[in-house]
Design a protein around this ligand. Structure first.
Ligand code: PLP
Length: 390
């Protein structure tokens, strides 16, 4: 009855089963996987964020496939504040970044084609690829004290069915940014092999130090057809408002041909609701009120874990440049999953094992830096104690 693309594994893994049982029994858990900002004690009452939704303009339906012009101008302003010149005309609004991926996969690939994705990275890509009948070919990110793309391996993965290289900068969960030199190599590959670059920059406003070696946004990349993705789920901590965008860049002719197709894809769905588009300029103008809180939280939690997991510790805190996550490498006496189960059973701490993000080898744990600091401190202290005992 159902398409083979939906033949997923249903049911809970061991960790989720255990968590579900604990929740059912009313056992409180210190959740270090929580990265929904609306559940992490961010104060949304500092401003009347809902007021811009009540605009009378919202009673009129005036669809534009790219999204309403004032909203696209606000996106252009957002990039200007990052010293990037992105014209409103090259912006397409979408109902979240996930939908932006969907549009791009439809634009670029036929069934059976492939997209190169970083490994480790964000698990959503598997489902998106299944839904669009695509294959994912992972290219490795390596760690030698900092993360970098294994470019020779990436090059080897490109084949005639490769339609795009996906970059996540900073990556979820490694927190590593794409570097200028890496972008320059990717541009060469993309131009030579006629493949596009898709750059997911949803976390790019969150970084712990400046670094001149970081690549600038792909929204201004002229050397290859590029699609920069972002949205307010991270920029404002508003995942429930469902607003993202694609900024198209590259050689003029390719941008033109991509844009006319994208316009039809977007026009087919017209999925972004009018009120959030109307509200976007006011929201983006005040983003510092929420970003400031989120940055404060992730910086405070990162400082704490850096103090707890130091050089002498049996665990290692991997270098993190930005984003909302930290990665711990634990002694490989057991797998990441076994560690996560032990922390859940013994200490009531819920963490994500590295295999969720396709980390090669063992034993990795990914922690969200967003939970309230009291929760984070208690959980990380217990983790440090247990690792010390082992
Ligand atoms: C790297 C990355 N891209 C995209 C998304 C999804 O963003 P949106 O809520 O705009 O669909 C997420 C969500 O966590 C993410 O981590």
């Amino acid at each position: 009855m159902f398409s083979s693309r939906t033949h997923w594994q249903f049911g809970l893994n061991r960790l989720s089963q255990k968590l579900a049982r604990m929740k059912k029994d009313g056992i409180p858990v210190l959740d270090l996987t929580e990265s929904n900002p609306t559940r992490c004690g961010i104060d949304y009452q500092t401003e009347d964020w809902l007021a811009p939704l009540a605009d009378e303009k919202n009673l009129i339906y005036a669809p534009d496939p790219k999204g309403n012009e004032a909203a696209r101008k606000a996106v252009s302003e957002y990039y200007r504040s990052k010293r990037a010149d992105v014209r409103p005309d090259s912006v397409f609004l979408t109902a979240g970044t996930s939908e932006a991926y969907s549009f791009l996969f439809r634009l670029l690939a036929n069934p059976g084609d492939n997209i190169l994705i970083p490994r480790p990275s964000y698990p959503l890509f598997d489902f998106l690829a299944d839904l669009h009948d695509l294959r994912l070919k992972p290219y490795p990110l390596r760690y030698d004290g900092s993360w970098f793309i294994d470019l020779p391996e990436l090059k080897k993965s490109v084949d005639p069915g490769t339609k795009a290289v996906l970059i996540v900068s900073p990556n979820n969960p490694t927190g590593s940014f794409l570097k200028r030199e890496e972008l320059s190599e990717l541009n060469k590959i993309a131009a030579e092999r006629k493949i596009a670059l898709i750059s997911d920059e949803v976390f790019s406003d969150y970084f712990f130090a400046e670094d001149a070696s970081r690549a600038e946004t792909a929204a201004v990349n002229q050397r290859a057809l590029s699609f920069a993705l972002s949205g307010i789920s991270k920029i404002l901590g508003f995942p429930q408002m469902k607003l993202g965008w694609i900024a198209v860049a590259g050689p003029d002719e390719e941008v033109c041909r991509a844009s006319e197709r994208l316009e039809i894809i977007a026009d087919t769905f017209l999925s972004v609701n009018t009120p959030v588009q109307t509200a976007l300029p006011a929201w983006l103008a005040k983003r510092a009120l929420l970003q400031g809180q989120i940055n404060g939280r992730i910086s405070e939690n990162l400082t704490f874990i850096r103090q707890k997991i130091t050089r002498g510790s049996p665990a290692e805190l991997l270098a993190v440049e930005g984003g909302w996550y930290a990665t711990l490498r634990l002694p490989s006496v057991r797998s990441g999953e076994a560690w996560a189960l032990e922390f859940l059973e013994q200490d009531r701490i819920y963490t994500h094992p590295g295999y969720f993000f396709d980390f090669p080898g063992e034993a990795y744990l990914v922690l969200s830096l967003l939970p309230p600091s009291a929760v984070f401190r208690e959980a990380v202290s217990l983790i440090a104690e247990r690792i010390g005992k082992d």
